[in-house]
Structures are given as structure tokens and as C-alpha cells.
Design a protein around this ligand. Structure first.
Ligand SMILES: Cc1cc2nc3c(=O)[nH]c(=O)nc-3n(C[C@H](O)[C@H](O)[C@H](O)COP(=O)(O)OP(=O)(O)OC[C@H]3O[C@@H](n4cnc5c(N)ncnc54)[C@H](O)[C@@H]3O)c2cc1C
Length: 458
């Protein structure tokens, strides 16, 4: 994609989560951009707001330095992928593990899973500490396989991980065969696995954090301010040019995820904007269906994958189905237009609960909201976190795929430690496989177009 076109569009589809728009959604701390700041963060999604949170709320370390931080956001706060996702905070403990083990060995692969698992506790304690009203629910997530062959392969993966005697895998309960359907409640289940996960209202979480960081007086938020270019000054620091004028910063953090190549063309093959699809289903007028107490990943007999969370009011957020639109590259791949739904699946979730879950046949469950969002799909399925290769004072955290909720918050803590206290990547507590390196960027150039992106399933 031409970098100049890699910017959020102005009229995106409206997600369920934006039902009640927060007073800070379109906020600007000052009428004009500040002349200068210690740190400019580009993007006010989960990554940008979490980085600011760690920078100004002391979690990054012992440093008592008071930094000035400016956040520049192209649209409103949390209007990118974070504001349009499935609300599922679910560590992926086994699906990608064989691939990561092959690439880097068991020790590095396990770092990724443990990091994801650690997010459950980290977000739970954040929500409790900050008293965040965001429907946070600690739950069991059930992975379901309806295809016999996929079920057997999943069991093989699980057994392989068990054989390594990993601590975190002890939380996974795997069932293959006749009892799986009764446990999952999904018609035709051949195998299922449950483990600890969480669900939440992402927009409420991010807007609460936004309020909290603005209250420190250290953060200047500028919404509807797309960044056009970042230019290093020979005397040090950077001029950040926006649609509303320029500002100066000593350090820059790129937290603009899917759109990162718009400002950093060296990432154009490593992180590609790809659209995803999600819906909200409510129950209207039929017989009351069973309340779901778990979140889900459902893989149907054809291998179509859906992520699903129940809400306490009985409604459902469900999305995915990318196997259905994968062949139609133009509709989703290298595409930042979240103003239009993905044609191929726009009706896919009509009747989904009735055809998928026992007891929902006469529920009258109906899709009442559909939306799309743009994810930063990374070529090797791993995010890019850390200092820009070969550059001082510029940092990135992007490429979180369709799986940012159990990955971003502690990555942002790590980046904040680098920015504020100059801590080396090796010491920030982020998996080594996430480090953005020249080697990873080079590998993309020499590898097949699309890399893992084209084959990814959720
Ligand atoms: C439909 C869908 C469903 C998903 N479901 C889940 C799920 O259930 N669980 C899960 O773990 N993950 C899910 N994800 C992925 C998850 O939402 C992302 O990985 C995560 O939100 C990434 O956060 P972020 O802050 O990096 O990106 P974003 O939230 O996209 O934030 C980036 C921000 O940068 C801004 N920006 C971009 N360019 C510029 C610029 N030049 N100047 C200024 N601002 C700019 C954007 O407007 C945006 O607000 C889903 C994603 C989608 C789209």
C-alpha cells in the first residue's frame, strides 16, 4: 500500500462498543498542539494509551522524572482495532506453539504463552486498582473443534505441550470424544479445551485509562490529528508533522498498529493492514436460551473459526469467519477501509447462535450490529516491540494481529521502561520473539509475500 494512503478513514462502521460515546472520545487538551514534549505517542488505542499510562503512572520503574507526553490520534480515542474487537482477553496457549518452537525453541516459545497468561492477572489487577467499570469478567474460555481431523491434531498439540511439563498448561482441561459436546454446548463438538480467560468492554477500559492519565496533568491528548511524517532533527529530537501543524518531541512511540507503515515504510511488508469482522447478537422475543457462562473459540466442521463472548445481559459478541473471505484478498488484505463491511461475510452470523448452540434454536437471537476493523497482521504472526532497528529515541509497538488483548498491556509497560529509564529490551520482560529487529524486517523481504498472514485462521 502507498504509505500516504495508510491512514485511518474518516467514517468507519460503528461498533457495538461505541454505543455510549465517552466525553473524552474527541477530546483535545489544548486548542493547538503543544510546542514540544518529552514523548509523542502516535495512536490512542490500547497500545498508545497503555504506554502513556505506564509512562505517567509510575509502573515503568523507580524513576521520579515527570515526563510531558503528547498523544496524537487520527480519529477519536479507541476508534481503531481496540474499539472494534471481540472483547476477548484469551491467551493462546497452544495453537501457534509448534510453529514458535520450530522457529526458536521451546524456551522462547513458552515466553510468549506465559506472557499472554500474565495479562489476565495484570488486567484484573488494573481493573481493580483503578476501579474500572468495563464489564471485566474472569471466565473459562472453551476452544471447540467440530471437525474430527482438527480435533485429533489439537489433541496432539496439547499432548506435546503436556510432555514438556509446562506449568501454564496445567490450567488447560482437554476433552476428546463423546463428552466434549455436552461440556461445550456446541452442536457436533469433537473435542474441546477450557482454560482461564477474561472478557471485557475494551472501549470502557481504554477511555477510563485515558481519563486517569489526563488527570495527572502530564499528558496532552490531541484527537483528530493524523500524523503525516516524523523528521529527525540534526540537533536531536523530532518534528512531528500533522494535519493540524507540527510539534517537537525528544522521543517518539509508534502505537499506530495496522497503519505503522504509513510512517515507517520499512514495516510495509512486515505489518499489513487486514480487515476483520464482528457482530453483536441480541435475543429478542423467542424462548429464553441457556445463558452462556464461558467465552468461546468455535471451529466448525469446515474449519471456519469464530470468537465469541457472552455478555451479562444475555447478548453475544461474535466475529471472525475469515476462512470464508480469505480467498477474496481485495476485501480484506492490505485494506484500511473500515467504513464498509466485508462483503463475503456480512450476513454470516445471521442465525449463528441457532445453528451452533444447543438450546438456542427458538431464541429469536438476531444480529443487531455488524462492524469491521483493521488489524496489523504481522508477516511472522508476532508483534514488533522495542526500539526501531538502528535508530535512537524511536520505539514501536505494533502488529498485534487479531490477538492484542493478551499481549499489548505488558508490551506497553516494557516500551515505557525503555523510553523513560533507558532499560534494554532484554530487561523489559517482553518475550524475545517480539523484539523488532533488522533481521526480522530483512526476512520478510526475502520470504514469500504475505508470510503467515495469508494462512492465519483467527
Ligand atoms: C474485528 C476485530 C476483532 C478483534 N477481536 C479481538 C479479540 O477478541 N481479542 C483480541 O485479543 N484481539 C482482538 N482483535 C485485535 C485487537 O483489537 C488489536 O490487536 C489491538 O486492539 C491493537 O491495539 P493497538 O492500540 O495496537 O491498535 P489500534 O486500536 O488500532 O490503535 C491504533 C490507533 O492509531 C491511530 N492511528 C493510525 N495511524 C495514525 C496516524 N498516522 N496518526 C495518528 N493516529 C494514527 C488509529 O486511529 C488507532 O486509533 C480484534 C481486532 C478486530 C479488528
Amino acid at each position: 500500500m502507498d504509505p500516504a494512503r495508510c491512514l485511518p478513514v474518516e467514517n468507519p462502521t460503528v461498533p457495538f462498543w461505541h454505543r455510549d460515546i465517552h466525553e473524552l472520545h474527541d477530546y483535545r487538551t489544548t486548542e493547538d498542539l503543544p510546542a514540544s514534549s518529552d514523548v509523542v505517542i502516535i495512536g490512542a488505542g490500547y497500545a498508545g494509551i497503555s504506554t502513556a499510562y505506564h509512562l505517567v503512572k509510575e509502573e515503568a520503574g523507580d524513576s521520579k522524572t515527570k515526563l510531558s507526553v503528547t498523544i496524537l490520534e487520527a480519529r477519536g480515542v479507541c476508534s481503531g482495532a481496540t474499539g472494534r474487537n471481540g472483547g476477548h482477553l484469551r491467551p493462546d496457549m497452544y495453537s501457534p506453539m509448534p510453529k514458535f518452537i520450530d522457529r526458536a525453541g521451546i524456551e522462547r516459545a513458552v515466553e510468549v504463552s506465559e506472557f499472554e497468561v500474565a495479562h489476565i492477572k495484570a488486567i484484573k489487577s488494573l481493573v481493580e486498582r483503578e476501579k474500572i467499570d468495563c464489564d471485566f469478567t474472569l471466565t473459562r474460555s472453551i476452544d471447540v473443534w467440530c471437525n474430527e481431523e482438527d480435533a485429533l491434531k489439537a489433541k496432539e498439540k496439547y499432548d506435546m505441550l503436556v510432555s514438556h511439563n509446562l506449568e501454564y498448561i496445567k490450567d488447560v482441561f482437554f476433552v476428546l470424544g463423546k463428552d466434549a459436546e455436552g461440556i461445550s454446548g456446541v452442536k457436533g463438538t469433537r473435542a474441546c479445551a477450557s482454560f482461564t480467560a477474561a472478557t471485557l468492554w475494551p472501549y470502557k477500559l481504554i477511555l477510563h485509562l485515558t481519563k486517569s492519565i489526563l488527570e495527572t496533568g502530564m499528558v496532552n491528548l490531541q484527537t483528530h490529528t493524523p500524523v503525516k511524517a516524523v523528521t529527525r532533527q540534526t540537533s536531536g529530537g523530532f518534528i512531528i508533522s500533522t494535519a493540524r501543524g507540527a510539534t517537537f518531541a525528544r522521543k517518539v512511540v509508534y502505537a499506530n498498529n495496522a497503519y505503522v507503515s504509513g510512517l515507517l515504510p520499512q514495516y510495509s511488508q512486515a505489518i499489513v493492514p487486514c480487515k476483520g469482522f464482528c457482530t453483536h447478537i441480541s435475543v429478542q422475543g423467542g424462548t429464553r436460551p441457556p445463558l452462556l457462562n464461558n467465552s468461546y473459540i468455535v471451529r466448525d466442521t469446515d474449519g471456519v473459526v469464530s470468537y465469541l463472548i457472552p455478555r451479562a445481559d444475555g447478548s453475544i459478541v461474535v466475529g471472525g469467519a475469515n476462512l470464508k473471505y480469505r480467498p477474496f484478498l481485495k476485501q480484506w488484505y492490505n485494506n484500511v477501509d473500515d467504513s464498509i463491511l466485508i462483503d463475503e461475510v456480512k450476513d454470516y452470523y445471521d442465525g449463528y447462535m441457532q445453528r451452533t448452540f444447543h438450546g438456542w434454536e427458538d431464541s429469536g437471537a438476531k444480529v443487531d450490529k455488524s462492524w469491521t476493523g483493521v488489524m496489523g497482521y504481522s508477516w511472522d504472526s508476532l508483534p514488533h516491540v522495542g526500539a526501531l532497528p538502528g535508530e535512537d529515541d524511536q520505539y514501536v509497538l505494533a502488529g498485534f494481529n487479531g490477538h492484542g488483548m493478551p499481549v499489548v498491556f505488558l508490551s506497553a509497560l516494557g516500551v515505557a521502561k525503555m523510553v523513560r529509564d533507558g532499560v534494554a529490551f532484554e530487561d523489559i520482560g517482553v518475550p524475545r520473539l517480539f523484539q523488532t529487529t533488522r533481521e526480522r524486517l530483512e526476512k520478510v523481504k526475502n520470504g514469500p509475500a504475505g508470510g503467515d498472514i495469508i494462512v492465519k485462521d483467527a
